[in-house]
Design a protein. Structure first.
Length: 333
């Protein structure tokens, strides 16, 4: 591993531990913002542009989403599922109006509704952590630890994009109704909604690796749940140590696979916010939700049923297995 990469991981670990340490020290769970891990992965670790957004927009949009989320919890008389849909719609509208692709905004807006968070500490924490991530990215670029990337601008949102987001909203609403009515709330965790929107709207290469995305999400959910149940609830270890174990495990997986997926980072830290009761079911429910969201994205939006057989097999095969098979072929030839 290169020295610059080690520094990136070390700085990222420190930032995660600061967030979790403050939450543990003050007793305010609202400070623990799982999507911060996704921002850290996208802004500090990955050496390319993950989201088409300006730095000041990251801070503004994430903060607006957090405020909108707690306002829905505090003042909206609507049904829980309707509030989830309104939060998702607000995030989508912000992205369309700002012409950005900062999909983690969905999590900032939906998370307080999902967890019934109404404390003003939550948007303050989101603002502070987003600002910190942006400032650290600037410092890294000035120190040449991370490549300096030119800021991009987007064109006007098209009717096609508006329709796509409306269709996404309808599907998220249907899945949310199913999850709530069947008492499977972990099927609609915010990082899963983010994954759905990313696979539909993004042009990144992971759109053609559905199996790997599913494995990333399932592994992250399992890691976070196991460390939280065994380490925190059973062994009564400090939350900062649990966060360190989760983050190190994730980074090792990223290095091993050579791939990064920001929503997996957020999903791994979700269990730290949830009560012990029913937490053991999170990996299974999250896997079900991930499978459903990914399948809908592939079938409805990417129309994978029109692909040829070779393309389907290629996309369904995990990258590591694909690379292993390629090495075998080269050795045989």
């Amino acid at each position: 591993m290169e020295a610059k990469m080690r520094i990136k991981y070390l700085v990222s670990l420190v930032m995660i531990l600061i967030m979790v340490g403050l939450a543990e020290w003050t007793g305010e769970k609202e400070i623990l913002f799982p999507e911060m891990t996704a921002l850290i992965i996208g802004l500090l670790i990955v050496d390319k542009r993950v989201w088409n957004v300006k730095r000041w927009q990251i801070i503004l949009l994430m903060s607006l989403g957090a405020v909108a989320g707690i306002c829905l919890v505090r003042y909206s008389p609507l049904h829980y599922v309707v509030n989830l849909c309104v939060a998702f719609a607000f995030a989508g509208a912000c992205l369309l109006i700002s012409r950005t692709t900062l999909i983690p905004l969905i999590s900032a807006c939906v998370l307080p509704v999902l967890l019934h968070t109404e404390s003003i500490i939550y948007p303050i924490a989101v603002f502070s952590m987003s600002t910190l991530a942006v400032v650290v990215q600037i410092i890294m670029e000035k120190c040449e630890i991370r490549s300096r990337l030119p800021e991009k601008t987007s064109g006007k949102s098209s009717k096609k994009e508006v329709f796509r987001w409306f269709f996404l909203l309808c599907l998220v609403g249907l899945i949310s109704m199913f999850a709530v009515s069947t008492d499977y709330p972990y099927m609609i965790l915010p990082p899963l909604m983010v994954t759905f929107a990313e696979m539909v709207n993004s042009k990144a290469g992971f759109r053609n690796r559905p199996t790997q995305v599913f494995l990333f999400l399932t592994t992250a959910a399992t890691l976070g749940t196991v460390f939280q149940l065994v380490g925190y609830h059973y062994l009564h270890l400090p939350e900062t140590l649990i966060a360190l174990c989760i983050a190190v495990s994730l980074f090792l997986i990223f290095e091993w696979t050579g791939k990064y997926f920001a929503p997996a980072g957020a999903l791994a830290f979700i269990p730290m916010l949830l009560p012990e009761e029913g937490l053991a079911w999170l990996p299974l429910q999250a896997s079900m939700g991930a499978a459903l969201f990914i399948t809908l994205a592939m079938v409805i939006f990417q129309k994978c049923y029109l692909w040829n057989r070779a393309q389907i097999i290629y996309c369904a095969t995990p990258t590591l297995l694909r690379e292993y098979m390629d090495r075998r072929k080269r050795k045989q030839s």
